[in-house]
Design a protein around this ligand. Structure first.
Ligand code: ATP
Ligand code: MG
Length: 577
């Protein structure tokens, strides 16, 4: 079966201009003032030390979205100055994820590590201007000398080294004459600054570690604060957008560029995305992977782009989500239900409907001839008539969902029960006439039913009504499949808030994955391609697992249920207001 959600490679990422926000207002003013000749040039600057997560998606949508809205450009830049944690695997994964989200950096793929030589030159320039010095205190001493929020720091005894001595030591640091931690290069600013970041921040440290791109060329590596502003400057970035925690770093960003008289982009901070029932920090996500709490970075329970992609999310839904949450200056927690809402909204329009039974209960239609079979017409998507119809086979032996039958139904249960008539979707009315039970457990293992041939297609010519419509599959035509059901990875809405003595991993939901091994699906799904998405009627949206599904052993992930918890949340909020 063709999947209309699969091909999203070539579509334009942002269909319409995104709504306004405080960043756009700043850009509008810059354009009015003819700053940067009216140019808008942004960048997305990931460190290749892990896979991207949904928080990064917010930053990607924002940076690439602004470039698109203002007819500007957005670079992809790897902020790769910490060789101990960075790898090519992460570089490749990041590219794939950004592309999958629908964004294109064209030929502007940059690496901070490509600027190492230039950055070194800039450092020499600072030393020559008397604005940087080589310090030989130990890391611990540097910490002690820094002071506290309430107490000023004190100057290092090495702070007044001569320019010549500093130049000599810095060159020898580069040449590999010293061990890790023996010296650092520091900016000479103000050890009494109320902004702790400005108390002579470290610009370079010695690290005898091979870099995934520059190999053993360097044994000194520049720090983030020195690298980032200069990388932005080198690339001609106009608006350097980052998350709020860097607000206090802006003073240093500006200091470095001003002291070097370099082209000066504007740093702008926005609130990072926090999402309920998950963690969005690479440090924590790495632990989930390394400690085996999940099967990998792309485990469908992970909030990584590769995880939610494998789970069945569409790039359109993620982009729409990022637009809806907007850009603000204050941190907040976004409800996971909103992300799921955006997904349902998208899949409802595009995902073909099919029938599948997750926990099968055998049904034999006693008055249906033994060898007969027929094909019934089913609608592929009631939301989109252009998606047409398909044929579903019907025969004497069928499967329905176990919980669509109750032997002794309570008042509000309208589905199948002994003596009761229900509709099989797109097929016939059936009536349960007998129940075959397992002699040991007493559980129903087979239902004996009759059907009314006059109700073909699902309506009774005499106008008789039934109270339930069930999904079903023909036993001999169905394919068997494994289906994986997911729940939140954490039981706590904010697993970042840990009680005393606990770790965030203590809040992992032990029931976040449920494996169903013997599901029965309509035969059209035998040819479904990896990552294609469907609505299993009454059960939710599902997608073919891109890693584990094989022609002979099909595996589906449940992307999301049909229940709209977001609408419920909104309703209860409206009631409160
Ligand atoms: P983490 O906190 O997950 O380790 P990071 O900030 O260290 O993330 P980077 O690779 O440095 O990860 O991030 C690249 C860009 O994505 C940065 O500009 C960063 O501000 C942004 N970003 C990271 N996390 C979020 C988030 N939760 N919401 C919005 N933007 C984010
Ligand atoms: Mg970072």
């Amino acid at each position: 079966m063709k999947d209309s959600t699969a091909d999203n490679k070539k579509k334009s990422p942002v269909e319409a201009a995104t709504p306004t926000n405080f960043i756009k207002q700043m850009i509008d003013e810059d354009i009015k003032a003819k700053k940067n000749e009216g140019r808008v040039h942004t960048r997305f600057p990931p460190e290749p030390n892990g896979y991207l997560h949904i928080g990064h998606a917010k930053s990607i949508c924002l940076n690439f979205g602004l470039a698109k809205d203002y007819n500007g450009l957005c670079n992809l830049r790897y902020d790769d100055t910490d060789p101990s944690k960075e790898t090519m695997e992460y570089v490749e994964a990041i590219k794939e994820d950004v592309r999958w989200l629908g964004f294109d950096w064209e030929d502007r793929e940059y690496y901070a590590s490509d600027y190492f030589e230039q950055l070194f030159e800039y450092a020499l320039q600072l030393i020559k201007a008397g604005k940087a010095y080589v310090d030989s205190l130990s890391a611990e001493e540097i910490r002690e000398y820094r002071g506290t929020l309430t107490q000023p720091g004190k100057n290092s005894p090495y702070r007044e080294r001569s320019i010549e001595e500093n130049l000599d030591l810095f060159e020898r640091m580069r040449a590999g004459e010293f061990k890790d931690g023996e010296h650092v290069l520091r900016a000479k600013i103000d050890m009494a600054s109320p902004n702790m970041i400005m108390r002579d921040p470290t610009l370079y440290r010695i690290k005898h570690v091979s870099h995934y791109r520059t190999g053993s060329m360097w044994c000194i590596y520049p720090m983030y604060d020195f690298t980032h502003c200069l990388s932005d400057s080198i690339e001609g970035i106009t608006h350097s957008i980052c998350t709020l925690e860097f607000e206090i770093n802006r003073e240093l960003y500006d200091w470095v560029l001003d002291r070097l008289d370099a082209y000066h982009p504007q740093q702008i901070e926005f609130a990072r995305l926090n999402l309920s029932y998950t963690v969005l920090s690479k440090r924590k996500l790495i632990r989930l992977v390394q400690e085996g709490h999940v099967s990998g970075w792309d485990d469908p329970r992970m909030p990584t782009i590769s995880g939610i992609r494998r789970r069945g999310y569409t790039p359109e839904a993620i982009r729409n989500f990022c637009e809806r949450i907007g850009v603000a200056k204050a941190d907040s927690m976004v409800d996971m239900a909103l992300l799921e809402y955006c997904l349902r909204e998208d899949l409802n329009k595009r995902a073909p409907r099919v029938m599948g039974v997750l926990r099968p209960l055998k049904v034999v239609i006693e008055n249906y001839p033994q060898d007969k079979e027929e094909e019934l017409e089913a609608i592929n998507n009631p939301e989109d008539p252009s998606m047409g119809t398909r044929k579903v086979p019907f025969a004497r032996v069928l499967y329905i969902e176990q919980d669509d039958f109750m032997e002794d139904p309570p008042k509000k249960f309208f589905r199948l029960a002994p003596g009761r008539e229900v509709r099989l979707r797109y097929a016939f009315f059936i009536t349960c006439v007998d129940v075959v039970k397992d002699p040991d457990s007493g559980q129903a293992i087979e239902l004996r039913c009759t059907y009314d041939p006059k109700t073909r297609g699902g309506d009774a010519p005499d106008g008789r009504k039934v109270k339930a419509t069930l999904h079903w599959v023909s036993a001999k035509h169905a394919i068997s499949a494994e289906v994986r059901l997911y729940d939140h990875l954490f039981v706590k809405d904010n697993p970042n808030e840990v009680e005393n003595g606990k770790d965030f991993t203590d809040y992992i939901n032990p029931k976040s994955l449920e494996l169903l091994k013997n599901c029965k699906l309509e035969p059209s799904l035998a040819s479904a391609s990896p990552e294609s998405r469907f609505q299993f009627e009454r059960l939710g949206y599902f997608c073919v697992d891109s890693k584990d599904s094989k022609a002979e052993a099909v595996v589906f992930n449940r992307t999301v249920t049909l229940r709209d918890t977001w609408a419920k949340i909104l309703k209860s909020q409206q009631k409160k207001d």
